[in-house]
Design a protein around this ligand. Structure first.
Ligand SMILES: Cc1ncc(COP(=O)(O)O)c(C=O)c1O
Length: 430
């Protein structure tokens, strides 16, 4: 199939090679089921804004105080993004310039903890994120990180043990937030622990920002000194980061982002953030997040009914971790599962489970999330189908005939739920 010249006519004419890859990626997203918990399908309006002339504009500084001329529209759009984000989370101030979640975290840490000081954060192997002190991440090189984890018995955070650890360590900063923790985080409790030991408290709500915006997960804003997020996961915006701050910290946050971490902001992305935050303020967004949760609960229940053990026994949020190695499961590694499901048109990622005996490139588990499939309109009925297909593939991971048959079913279901109907129609017109 040759790429549609209509999809992106200038690109098709100038650079058929890149255009073909762009069309191929659209097709991959249209024809596959996306269960990676950190991904989503941003709206056409968000994507159009990213592909706009704002990419040309240098706007170092902040609205009203730029280092370049010609920033009047950049100022207006950044103000829109900031104001919408503040309204969404009830925050005093916001910085929408971080180009990624990792940079938002680094700017927040620069603000709250002097380089070299102690930071206590969630263990990467128990669901934390590498920007929370992995030795090969800048965070792990600049600060002295110590980590807390989940309890072995129920794989949930042990707040009493964490408090003990914090009392003994006396960190400058307590950092909460995770990439693979399926349970509600008790920000009130965590904030109290931080205050008791004289630490600052930073929450990275990258994964759950959309749920928090919709009021479906308790907000960290009243309890944390600073809150960081990514804008592209449950929040369903463009790829990027943001920081929420109270009056006392916003000046330092702004200078930690620019010039601390970055030069000129990606203004096309800042503009797209404004669009996405506008979408998140609408009632439809709350309804969407409710469906994300209902789908996750349904998928978890279906998998458990088929004998799979879920880490911590289920999920409270948009994601779950499946332990493939425990009795009742298929007894394969996460790496084998990821490959087998990919051949059937279902994308997940292998993921360590707490106390995993396998190394990170093999793992005993997979992580599954429902934000992207919910965006394309899957509901509880589709979750039942999905669980049945995944079960069949995972129990015969080498069986090409099974993979092929299920790939066919996946294609049919995806055709009934297009992600981008207009773009899909153009691509199909070939
Ligand atoms: C909890 C958490 N924080 C930060 C990030 C980093 O975001 P980015 O990939 O934009 O640097 C992620 C990304 O997966 C995450 O899960």
């Amino acid at each position: 199939m040759s790429p549609s010249p209509e999809l992106h006519p200038h690109l098709a004419a100038e650079d058929p090679e890149v255009h073909a890859l762009l069309v191929a990626e659209l097709r991959r997203q249209e024809e596959g089921i996306e269960l990676i918990a950190s991904e989503n399908h941003a709206s056409p309006a968000v994507i159009e804004t990213m592909a706009s002339v704002f990419t040309n504009k240098y706007a170092e500084g902040y609205p009203g105080r730029r280092y370049y001329g010609g920033c009047e529209h950049a100022d207006a759009v950044e103000d829109l993004a900031r104001n919408r984000l503040k309204e969404l989370f009830g925050s005093y101030a916001a910085n929408v310039q971080p180009s990624s979640g990792s940079q938002a975290n680094q700017a927040a840490m620069l603000t709250l903890a002097p380089p070299g000081s102690k930071v206590l954060a969630m263990d990467l192997n128990h669901g934390g994120h590498l920007s929370h002190g992995h030795p090969k991440n800048l965070s792990g090189m600049v600060w002295e990180f110590h980590h807390y984890g989940v309890r072995r018995e129920d794989e949930r955070l042990d707040y009493d043990a964490l408090a003990e650890q914090a009392r003994a360590l006396r960190p400058a900063l307590l950092l909460a937030g995770a990439s693979a923790y399926p349970r509600t985080l008790d920000f009130e409790r965590l904030g109290a622990i931080a205050r008791e030991v004289g630490a600052r408290f930073l929450v990275d709500m990258a994964h759950i920002a959309g749920l928090v915006a919709a009021g479906l997960h308790p907000s960290p804003v009243p309890h944390a000194d600073l809150v960081t997020m990514t804008t592209h996961k449950t929040l369903r915006g463009p790829r990027g980061g943001a920081v929420l701050a109270p009056k006392e910290w916003i000046k330092q946050v702004n200078s930690a982002v620019f010039p601390g971490m970055q030069g000129g902001p990606l203004m096309h992305v800042v503009a797209a953030k404004a669009v996405a935050f506008g979408e998140a303020l609408r009632p439809e967004f709350t309804a969407y997040q409710e469906r994300v949760l209902a789908n996750a609960a349904a998928l978890a229940a279906e998998l458990e009914a088929r004998g799979y053990r879920l880490v911590s026994g289920g999920t409270d949020n948009h994601l779950m971790l499946v332990d493939l190695r425990s009795p009742g499961g298929p007894d394969i590694t996460g790496a084998v599962a990821e490959d087998a499901l990919e051949r059937a048109g279902i994308t997940v990622n292998k993921n360590l489970i707490p106390f995993d005996p396998e190394p990170p490139m093999r793992t005993s588990g997979i992580r599954i999330g429902t934000p992207a499939v919910t965006t394309r309109g899957f509901g509880v009925d589709e979750m039942r189908l999905l669980a049945a297909w995944m079960d069949e593939v995972l129990r015969s991971p080498e069986d090409e005939a099974v993979a092929r048959r299920i790939r066919g079913e996946v294609l049919e279901l995806c055709a009934a739920h297009p992600v981008y109907p207009d773009w899909r129609a153009e691509w199909l017109r070939l």
